[in-house]
Design a protein around this ligand. Sequence first.
Ligand SMILES: [Zn+2]
Length: 371
Amino acid sequence: MGLHHGQVLRILRDEGPNSRAVLARRSKLSATTLTHVTAQLLADGSVVEEEPAGSSGLGRPGMAIRLLPDAHHVAGVHIGAGLVQIAITNLLGSPKAAASFEFGLPNTSPEALTTRIADEIDRLKVVGGFDRLLGVGAGVPGPVDAGQRTILASINTGWRNLPLAGMLERRTGLPVVLEHNVTAMAVAEARFGLGRDVPALLYVYLRSGLGAGLVVDGVPFRPGGHGAVELGHIQISQDGPQCSCGNHGCLESYVNERVLMRALGLEGSAPADLLMQVENTDAWEPTLSRLTDSLAIAISLLTPDLIVFGGHLADAPESLFAHLREHLPPRVMPHMRDILRFERTSFGSQPGAIGGAAVALDHLFYSGARH
Ligand SMILES: [Zn+2]
């Protein structure tokens, strides 16, 4: 694998165009090795060498190597409970084509779902005019094995030890890598969004369940190869309602789409402005206080610099953010009070699909895997 290629590509991704001299210094590669690596990257069209923007053309300014974001593309897939979102993105995670569909649980078999995802990817390839994709990254609703091939357990879909990567590879003919879906969203924010210069980023996502993902120093937090940050399963009341995990009184048993819909007297698909509507009911104050209690624990344990909110939390009323900014700092260690920030996701309604794409890019491009 082209580890040196990956190293140079990551510098170009994170810092923009750079001269060969700067690339050599930053990568600590010898001039000979760097010449070899850049020649291969130039030959396959991943980078271009040009005069830096703003150069006068007088004298001989140093040429700069620049990543060509549209040289290659990947497919990112988000699989949630009953919802699939797909995006084809370029090398900087910019979506170029997108699709989504809902699926019935528990009636949709994994085989049927895999076929549908592969068909949608094929359709997007045709629509967008993409000859070839580097591969597929799929964010899935549960922890995955260390090799990122198998979904170990997904409570909301009932899947256990599902070898989804292999299934999708057979259908798409492309390499596939899996990641826990909210961890994938955190990776996307760390690479291409709000967390680019942030040491520790915690992502919190509310839809059918309440999930979280953590990236520390650019690395997805996956202790033991498959652990996830189970924020939704922090127990906040021993005699609370039974949770989907079997325990009682988990945060998720109070703060989930179904319970919030019930508070509104609604059925069916949740509206985009779910939390805006909950704000006007008696369910709002307890929702805020339970979320605050759980986040205070998470902040003390994980010390995130930035917490990014996605799903219904991305569309939450400003009062939720005001509440967190007022009530969380006094409950965490003094040094965290000045550092901690809260933001809505920078990827709108597609954080999961772009998350999948970011994972695919990490594994199939910025690792140097294709060189
Ligand atoms: Zn639980």
